[in-house]
Ligand binder design. Structure first.
Ligand code: PEP
Length: 276
């Protein structure tokens, strides 16, 4: 099956294999059928030499995380390096953003077709750093997700509330608002996505959401997905995930893996997260 054709299958079930029994603790058989995905977000870190060492380390240790799908989202200039290094491995690669436009006078933008040229499997869309620093709206994030899908790339749609929003007890409302234009793309499209819940206050702070806090929001998202007919979509948790807290997050019934920032820059730590 071609890479593009594979994208048209349900994201949560394609390439899936039975989850290792130890990983299924606390999760129903249905939850266990959503294969765990651990994805690194390198953000604006790296360089050719450091990347080469990191990618070598990941490939050398990936066998220890055989029950888990591994991926890295790298800065645009290093897509070619990731493709070259990872091409024959089980680790997939992606970008951290994509344009909503197909082509044209959009200086600095990178289209989904360009990412597809590098055989990207994934792109993040709507990371909170882009929402906050680049003014990305919920509608723009949905348009980016649609553009990625049209090029056969799986968008990982990030949502999450700020600390002020959590303290005002409107977390679920914020998540619902952020998701609304994405869900409006319809069940067939949403089934080809991955979602990531990343509370803004937990990103890069060392303060992860507790498993219960994360599960509560994941359950809210799952309910919205199920109502649409897209219940099997994987939902990752992101925000200060480390080997030390991953196991307690991963036993939660609606947490299907992690989007990992800082800890993805150290091969051993990233692999330990994937191997729990
Ligand atoms: C992220 O950038 O998506 C992220 C979750 O970062 P960190 O793991 O460093 O909190």
């Amino acid at each position: 099956m071609s890479h593009t054709m594979a994208q048209h299958k349900t994201e949560s079930t394609e390439r899936s294999t039975a989850r290792e029994p130890a990983q299924a603790v606390g999760r129903t058989a249905l939850a266990a059928s959503r294969r765990r995905l651990v994805m690194g977000n390198w953000k604006m870190h790296g360089g050719r030499a450091a990347n080469a060492a990191l990618l070598r380390g990941l490939m050398a240790g990936a066998g220890g995380a055989a029950g888990c799908e591994l991926a890295v989202c790298v800065p645009f200039p290093y897509l070619a390096q990731a493709r070259e290094a990872l091409g024959n491995s089980s680790i997939s690669w992606g970008a951290q953003d994509v344009s909503a436009h197909d082509h044209g006078a959009y200086t600095g933008e990178v289209s989904a077709a360009m990412l597809a040229d590098f055989a990207c499997r994934w792109t993040l869309v709507g990371h909170s750093e882009r929402r906050a620093m680049h003014g990305e709206t919920d509608q723009l994030v949905a348009a980016k997700a649609a553009a990625a899908l049209a090029a056969g790339i799986t968008p990982v749609v990030c949502v999450g509330e700020s600390l002020a929003e959590r303290e005002a007890a409107c977390t679920n409302d914020v998540i619902s608002r952020q998701l609304a234009p994405v869900l409006a793309l319809g069940a067939a499209s949403v089934m080809r996505m991955v979602l990531a819940y990343e509370p803004v206050w937990a990103i890069g702070t060392g303060r992860s959401a507790s498993p219960e806090q994360a599960q509560s929001v994941h359950a809210h998202i799952r309910q919205a997905l199920s109502a649409l007919g897209a219940g099997p979509v994987r939902i990752l948790y992101g925000g200060s995930v480390k080997a030390a807290n991953a196991a307690n997050l991963f036993v939660m019934p609606d947490i299907d893996g992690a989007l990992v920032g800082g800890a993805s820059l150290v091969a051993e730590e990233f692999l330990r997260i994937a191997a729990v």
